[in-house]
Design a binder for this molecule. Sequence first.
Ligand SMILES: Nc1ncnc2c1ncn2[C@@H]1O[C@H](COP(=O)(O)OP(=O)(O)OP(=O)(O)O)[C@@H](O)[C@H]1O
Length: 624
Amino acid sequence: MAHHTLTASELTAAVLDPDWRARWCAGERPSTRSFAPPGTPRAMSLRFHKEAEALVRWLTAPASLAAAARLDTADSLLDHLWASSLQAVTDKLFEKGRGEEAQLFTARLRTFCTRLIDLRRRATHFENWQDVFVGAEQELARIPVRIGDDTVEVRARVDAIRIHPERHLEVVDYKLSQGDRQRADLVQLAIYAHLLPIWRPGCGFSGTLEYYLPDFGEVPVSRDDLADIFSGMVAPVLREMFPSARPATAAGAAPTAAPASGPAAAHSDPGAVGRAVVAAFRGFNLEVEVAGVIEGPQLVRLRLAPAPGVKVSSLANRAEDLQIPLSLSVPPLIRAGKGHVILDLPRPEPKPCLLKEALAGRLAATLKSPVAFPIGIGVEGDPVVADFADPNTCHALVAGSTGSGKSEWLKALVASLVLRNTPAQVRIALIDPKILTFAGVEDSPWLWRPPATTLADAMAILRAATAEMDARYQRLKRGGFANLAERIAAGETDIPFLVLIFDEFADLVLAGRDEKREFEALVARLAGMGRAAGIHLVLATQRPDRTIVTGLVKANLPLKVCLKVANAVNALIVLDEPGAESLYGKGDLLCDFGKGLVRAQGLFVPQAEFLAAVAPPRRGGRRG
Ligand SMILES: Nc1ncnc2c1ncn2[C@@H]1O[C@H](COP(=O)(O)OP(=O)(O)OP(=O)(O)O)[C@@H](O)[C@H]1O
């Protein structure tokens, strides 16, 4: 299969100018400069984009989020820009005798600030600027666009991705001149809107062209119109430029789904649910067939084969619309699977998955190492497991809004560890600011320290764990062992694994700048070096926004377990994909081991069983 790359600007040039396209097809790399809008010096346009990017990045950066959220007038935003860079830029222009240009530049940025305030007012529940912007100057590197059997990699950089009210996403292109270039602007926007769902499957993007002339002008473009521009103008040009494409398949179309095989085939009667889904999609001119039905504990999974030319994103974009014909309380989760599209619907009577029953069944055999643990039961009934000893799952981030089943998930984790290990093998530290989650476990011999419920105690546990880690490294070094597992395998069993579990770490991040810095530094140290010393971190939060789940925290916790979250932005922050906002709650989860998302139902442990599991063993037996 041949590979080709081109930029979104080159593709726009090819669409708009047959001569340019002919030269490109002849092997030249013609300049795209002539497609830059006339009227604005290129340097000033670049400078404007730079200033806009810097401002948006500052508005949405965790460190400045709270201060930025207080800026609610165009003047206050402009004052910030002025102090940070604008004054220096305009001073330079004045020095060079380009005063008029400096004034125009400032006027454009003033308009930009006014627009930001309008967007702030437009946001449904504004708490901070992350409720307006998802990204600024987002690089889309090598996005694979399918054309028949061929793949073309398109590179682009989009000015901004924003949240539109009603939680839609919009891609925004800033323009400093209008003239007769709007056709080119629309083509470019349509290319961006086509690339973005390939970059972030499951997301659909409307678009907006924003003109800063310096007066403000806006051209909003719907998702459907952008898709029409792409299929009518861009896709035929791509096929002409890459002639090995087969004409029957549109550019970017999802591969035709293969029929389901394996366990799905056993349940392949589409049934009434399948027919309702097919009919609902047909109402939107989207043809699909049901290739298999699987009944999981909490949901029914349909495997759909889309007709040629029907894109996964077109199906996913209809999730909300399906709520009405299918009488659903939340939109169904629709995403690409291997050879088919997955659509999950809730079971009318979901079955809880009990840890005890799972351990009596297939789960026990799948938990190989002492610190292997269940994440849940997958849709097809198989246990989904992880292992703290595995570098891909050695530390975990757990996110979920209130009622999603986060605390229950943590309790099942604790129970599974204590049921399979003696206190000499595994110790647990519990940080429980909610106080209730782990109430009643104070006497457990598996505890490494008493449960921490205050910020100070939580920090003390983290500090103690790093000191413990350093001491363990010394002992491992003296014994000539690379890690704790190796030492245990050699018969030296006097050091237990240590698992630190935080049922809410947001307070530690929000406590203050110094506390946050120390917290992040300790997490980074433990995450980086803990595995070899048998020390593992599980950080849970109800608030998976960028303030709490900072880049540092996220990067250090390889396993992500995401229960139902409040919105698609939260899901994106945890899993780099939307979808977790459509989970059903009560233990329904998506997890990421670094190899794609897996949906599972978290295991449930009734409170009495939990307390019995963690209680001191009775005389003559290992547990009560
Ligand atoms: N795995 C599960 N199976 C069945 N029901 C569950 C499961 N997990 C949670 N639930 C149900 O959902 C309720 C809420 O769960 P949980 O207390 O864990 O939520 P949470 O995400 O911790 O919320 P909060 O952050 O407000 O404490 C539980 O009381 C239980 O009834």
